[in-house]
Ligand binder design. Structure first.
Ligand code: NAP
Length: 252
């Protein structure tokens, strides 16, 4: 049994996978959640196991409550939950608002917003001192799009992440007296598969030179901010969202 279990949603690829590898190095037992890509999730776990760490790949769609319960049950079997990284997220191809329909909005908000809120509730039930827990930390992965609005590309996704920015503040205040800190990380243009999901696989490299730090960010650079927020080094930090954007979107 681990006394330091961390659930990372969407940890089979990209930012979640980098966070899982770094968390395992720092002594967490990691629940590597994924939606469908079992090979990628198992590869992350195999790498952690080779380095002597503890990890378990757990399939689960964060838009389904039964799947979320399955993810948390796996964490309960691993040991004491001390943290949650709400990282699972997705975009869809560029679209203007007048062409959006309800089905797309429901998909985008289900993954990026509802899933994170539902997972956070399960984590609070386990970690809150009000429920007999010993405290913990939650990190929500939001997006620079929440501030920039993503016009002509994915305003729906930006709005879903904007909701997560608000949720981070609200939950942080709600559980500040329960031993739980809640923070966010706001990535900018990071070199992962997500751009292919948006129909533009070269987006990160194409945009890189025009960014204030003139390159795309790496998943590892985002992971390091997440791990800091989870750690005791951030013991008095709650309700904060750190920009990991190379300077993009920070000026009003
Ligand atoms: P990615 O490389 O596309 O990976 C997405 C991960 O989420 C995969 O592990 C995927 O699992 C999982 N996932 C997708 N839908 C899921 C669901 N319904 N339930 C559970 N897991 C699900 O994405 P990424 O770029 O690392 O993005 C990670 C987070 O950062 C997201 O919240 C994203 O919005 C945010 N972000 C990314 C960027 C960027 O430029 N990359 C910028 C701002 C914010 P499978 O492998 O099984 O499909």
């Amino acid at each position: 049994m681990s006394d330091k279990v961390l659930i990372i949603t969407g940890a089979s690829r990209g930012i979640g996978a980098a966070t899982a590898l770094l968390a395992a190095e720092r002594g967490y037992g990691v629940i590597v959640n994924y939606a469908g890509n079992v090979a990628a999730a198992e590869a992350v776990c195999a790498k952690i196991h080779r380095q002597g760490g503890e990890a378990l790949a757990v399939r689960g769609d964060v838009t389904l409550e039964a799947d979320i319960d399955h993810i948390f049950a796996a964490a309960d079997r691993m040991g004491r939950l001390v943290g949650l990284v709400n990282n699972a997220g997705t975009i869809e191809p560029s679209i203007r608002v007048e062409d959006l329909d309800l089905a797309r909005l429901q998909r985008i908000f289900a993954v990026n917003t509802f899933g994170s809120i539902l997972c956070a509730g399960r984590a609070v039930r386990r970690m809150s001192t009000k429920f007999g827990g010993q405290g913990g930390a939650i990190v929500n992965v939001t997006s620079a799009a929440a501030k920039l609005g993503a016009p002509n590309t994915y305003v729906d996704y930006a709005a879903a992440k904007g909701a997560i920015d608000s949720f981070t503040v609200g939950l942080a205040l709600e559980v500040a007296g329960d031993g739980i800190r809640v923070n966010g990380v706001r990535p900018g243009v990071i070199d992962t598969d997500i751009h292919a999901a948006g129909g533009d696989p070269d987006r990160a490299h194409r945009m890189g030179p025009s960014l204030p730090i003139p390159r795309p960010g790496t998943a590892e650079e985002v992971a390091r901010a997440i791990l800091w927020l989870l750690s005791d080094e951030a013991s008095y930090t709650t309700g904060s969202v750190i920009n990991v954007t190379g300077g993009r979107g920070i000026a009003p």
